[in-house]
Design a protein around this ligand. Structure first.
Ligand code: CTP
Ligand code: MG
Length: 226
């Protein structure tokens, strides 16, 4: 039987939320935001959870893991300066054949999405949940004007959990580290596989509800959804 690890990211500063504590620790309907995704993975078929957080938040996260009885959480590890390096620390601490990398700032992840992602990564080395883009997207040009609109039907929004064969994504990270890649330009995990190994991700259907909580408006939305 293959083993599956969920790596839950909670090492960001939440600067766009403009609150004194990182957004993943804000209380939402009586629970810290990060508890929602931890509970979803606890209930799911994943075997192991690795929580990645700031060096100074490790003790606080251990309390959350205890209070919410996240028995699958085997390690809480410090994050990196940028998201991709937090992911790398999480992968190194994991022991699954497959890794699911999830933004702890996406609390409303469903069991359906976790199951579909696992099913797909058993067939493809890289998997990403996607949703259709609803707004028309244009590129801002250096002179301040707007370029022609992209064909919306060909655009997709990327979500998490993005899933990988652990050995493959580790190989990709090692190659990029050797090449002294600037990880601050990497905004999601499938980019790592594309940049290093030219492996393109297989899409699975994401969900509108699986929104990343980024701004105060997103937080208000979450409170109204729950
Ligand atoms: N993250 C992380 N380590 C980092 C940066 C981000 O683990 N060095 C995590 C965040 O905690 C979050 C997820 O990656 O769960 C997505 O990042 P984002 O929404 O950008 O969160 P923040 O970086 O915290 O927010 P901001 O960019 O507004 O500062
Ligand atoms: Mg960020």
């Amino acid at each position: 039987m293959s083993k599956v690890t969920a790596i839950v990211l909670a090492a960001g500063k939440g600067s766009r939320m403009k609150r004194s504590i990182p957004k993943q620790f804000l209380e939402v309907k009586g629970r810290p935001l990060i508890a929602y995704s931890l509970e979803a993975f606890e209930k799911s078929m994943v075997d192991e959870i690795i929580l990645v957080t700031g060096e100074n938040s490790i003790d606080f996260c251990s309390q959350i893991v205890k209070i919410y009885e996240i028995s699958k959480c085997t390690s809480i590890v410090p994050g990196g300066e940028v998201r991709a390096l937090s992911v790398y620390n999480g992968i190194k601490a994991s022991s699954g054949d497959y890794v699911l990398i999830h933004d702890g700032a996406r609390p409303l992840i469903s069991q359906r999405l976790i199951a579909d992602t696992i099913e797909a990564v058993e067939k493809y080395p890289a998997v990403v949940p996607v949703i259709p883009v609803k707004d028309t997207i244009r590129q801002l040009m250096p002179d301040g004007s707007l370029d022609d609109a992209f064909d919306r039907s060909a655009l997709l929004g990327m979500q998490t959990p993005q899933a990988f064969v652990r050995e493959e994504i580790l190989k990709a990270y090692h190659k990029l580290i050797d090449e002294k890649t600037d990880f601050s330009t990497v905004t999601d995990d499938v980019m790592i596989m594309e940049k290093a190994l030219h492996i393109h991700a297989h899409p699975v259907a994401g969900e509108e509800l699986n929104k990343k909580i980024t701004t105060p408006e997103d937080l208000a939305w979450l409170n109204s959804e729950l």
